[in-house]
Design a protein around this ligand. Structure first.
Ligand code: NOS
Length: 365
């Protein structure tokens, strides 16, 4: 994989990030600290060794090879109240250092729980941290981070493709914690195993529509364009996670461009998960940009890709022809496509106009 040559800071201005997994954005040091405190023996003794276990350096052969990386460390954090709160807090600090002023972070509450979850994930013993406790702990960590680092952080709860039985609980948690910063539901995991959404997912998304919970869906990343169509038409997705393979269906793509559908694009992730061609100049992100689509640029899983938002922006600039103007345009579109209530969204958009010294103009996007 080509690595950008320059080290200068690209687009050193306020940014929005809409697609990043909390459990794919944990500090390596934190994994080691928590393992030590809990007496969990890892295959790694230091940060370098741990990084070696968690990081995908070149495009994987199978998407599952990427998802398997989570197995290296999730059992360390899951079921531990202090650790769950800590990763959320540290996440906000890391994002503030990257110049992000608004972030929507996503995770599966079930993946971090050790009770009231069937099956209990990561070979954990039963404990006392339920999916609901997880959401409350993450909310606390994010709120403390917001206060200390002066950025706004909201969260999205993930259903998992292979666990349709969890999805109704996920939407119930979205409802329960609406006032604590949970803004939407997502469907993540391996699309290729289970491309058509199971009834459990469909029912959860119907409930989300009914209750005014915002919706995004991972689709058209490893899966085909039909998964994107289903996400939009059946699951009523308001944004698409990744969506690269939408481009295979020109009619659908044109329709989504006309609808101003927001695509949550993740350049480095798209190459390392082998969703896209390893040659960045041929990446679908270039087409979305050239067509002036509505999209965001995101890290997805910075721990696993050993990346930062800066690296995604630099890659976009060096290999995909991104300009300062395009970075501004896409961030304004990202703010407009955020799942914030209208008033807060407007404030966020205005903050960007101000930071970019632009006059508000509804034609800009
Ligand atoms: O790029 C991705 N595509 C699909 N699923 C993903 C991706 N990155 C992470 N996860 C999955 O979402 C879960 C909740 O955060 C993660 O545990 C991982 O299994």
């Amino acid at each position: 994989m080509a690595q950008p040559a320059s080290t200068e800071t690209i687009f050193n201005k306020p940014k929005i990030e809409l697609h990043v997994h909390l459990d794919g954005a944990i500090r390596v040091k934190t994994i080691l600290d928590v393992a030590r405190r809990r007496g969990i023996v890892l295959k790694a003794e230091n940060e370098d060794q741990m990084k070696h276990l968690c990081v995908v350096h070149k495009p994987v052969k199978e998407f599952t090879e990427f998802l398997d990386k989570f197995e290296e460390y999730m059992h360390v954090i899951a079921g531990d109240r202090e650790a769950i709160k800590r990763i959320a807090y540290e996440f906000v600090e890391d994002k503030s250092k990257e110049g992000v002023i608004y972030v929507e972070v996503r995770y599966s509450p079930h993946f971090l729980a050790n009770t009231d979850v069937e099956p209990i994930p990561w070979n954990q013993k039963e404990g006392d941290v339920s999916p609901s406790d997880v959401v409350h702990l993450v909310n606390q960590g994010l709120a403390e981070g917001e206060r200390d680092f002066n950025i706004k952080a909201r969260s999205i709860l993930c259903c998992m493709r292979h666990m349709p039985n969890w999805s109704m609980e996920v939407v119930e948690l979205c409802k329960k914690y609406k006032d604590e910063g949970v803004v939407a539901i997502d469907l993540a995991g391996d699309e290729s195993i289970n491309c058509e959404a199971q009834p459990g997912h469909r029912l959860a998304y119907e409930e989300a529509v009914k209750c005014g919970i915002h919706r995004t869906v991972h689709a058209g990343e490893g899966g085909p364009s039909s998964a994107v169509k289903e996400a939009v038409e059946v699951l009523k997705a308001e944004r698409i996670g990744h969506g690269y393979n939408t481009l295979d269906d020109r009619v659908l793509y044109k329709q989504l461009l006309e609808q101003n559908m927001h695509f949550e694009l993740c350049p480095i992730s798209s190459v390392l998960t082998a969703a896209c061609d390893p040659d960045y100049t041929k990446n679908p992100v270039v087409t979305f940009k050239n067509d002036k689509a509505n999209y965001s640029l995101n890290t997805d899983d910075p721990l696993i890709f050993d990346s930062t938002l800066q690296l995604d922006y630099r890659t976009a600039q060096e290999y995909m022809g991104f300009t300062e103007e395009e970075f501004e345009r896409l961030n304004i579109n990202s703010a407009k496509s955020s799942f914030l209530p209208e008033k807060e969204k407007k404030e966020l958009v205005n903050k960007l106009y101000e930071a970019y010294s632009m006059v508000e103009n509804s034609e800009t996007a």
